[in-house]
Design a protein around this ligand. Sequence first.
Ligand SMILES: *Cc1c(COP(=O)(O)O)cnc(C)c1O
Length: 455
Amino acid sequence: MSVSEQIQFPLPESAIPTHWVNLLADLPGEPLPPLHPATKEPLGPDDLAPLFPMALIGQEVSAEPEIEIPDEVRDVYRLWRPTPLLRARRLERALDTPAHIYYKYEGVSPAGSHKPNTAVAQAYFNRQEGVRKLATETGAGQWGSALALACQLFGLECEVFMVGVSYDQKPYRRAMIEAWGGTVHRSPSELTEAGRSQGEHDSGSLGIAISEAVEVAAGSEDTNYTLGSVLNHVCLHQTVIGQEAIAQLELAGEYPDVVVGCVGGGSNFAGIAYPFLRANLRDGKSTRFVAAEPSACPTLTRGVYRYDFGDTVGLTPLMPMYTLGHDFVPPPVHAGGLRYHGDAPSLCALVKEGLVEPRAIHQTSAFEAAIRFARTEGIIPGPEPAHALRAAFDEAEAAREADEERVILIGLSGHGHFDMSAYEAFLGGELTDLEFSQAEMDAAIERLPEAPVPG
Ligand SMILES: *Cc1c(COP(=O)(O)O)cnc(C)c1O
């Protein structure tokens, strides 16, 4: 086999990054602070202390360009990291493109996605500060299962409030949470004020599940709350992905012209993109960055840039971001992990500055790309990274039209083994594209909280 035919670019365990990349340190200007939901004043560390450990609060606002990864966290990363980087040669041939396509695959983690990268770090820092239990919400169960795994590995209890409709329809992720020793409640539950205020047979929502988890954490000295996306410290922890990818592409003798990822709250995108973005900002590299989101929940492409709540109910701090309105109820796209009304403030700022290009993708075209990928490369991708695949195929097509050997790097955030009902619907011709209505958007903007408009 000649080197030019190489498919995998494996790294040894010793190449697991020793630091996380904090891109905030390299961004021009001061980041806009989150605001207190009641006073609308910038939030201080004390406001967050009932919910998060000081170490994570520090990371949330850190100006340090790099933050050291504790040995105990790296030791757990060893269970699945470094993750594979592959050259998609079969796909390149199928697409008849001169582009060199690489994908970084996070589906090899025990939970099947990138989410354990931050779950493990969050569990570690909480345990260091004497916390006994973590409470969180989960939609389709990806975050809940990742956190249950992490809590088990660090000897913490884990209590998950799972959106009622998913609890009823997705029993397998629920069973994963329990297999890793977590407790999972159907939300709304009888255990909290927030839950009891809802009807007993309510199908639930992420907003109510957040309220329940926050209530449990705020009401107990030794319990903290965790989030699986959006916040700076979550994006930070994911940067192990991009740092490994840089080293692996170096083995391949390449550097990406374009990096493509999917965006739900922004954490896996940040993970693969921010280390390369830092190279743009510092070393004059000129990589392009494409952020793929569902057309049915088009936060970055059609939202407004405002301060808005992080949750549906309006309990969380106000964050500066592109938003569809905190009470926006996205239509039921099958990419459950991409249904969020806002996005990470750091990513929104990068989009606003023109450093990241957002792309809206219809779900049928995402599944079409996913099937093509499965039939050439073998992996059945999650519906979320299927959106990134579609955007990457478009880049490959553009490379063909330009007749250029462009290097495309795709963040493949997880597998789709628990989403086969969505594949079944697609293959059965039952999946349709849901239109996002401007009237709904206009109405949602009317209901945004009163707050300064970020510049
Ligand atoms: C949760 C999830 C996402 C979306 O979340 P981000 O924070 O935007 O990364 C994407 N892909 C997979 C596989 C997920 O589990």
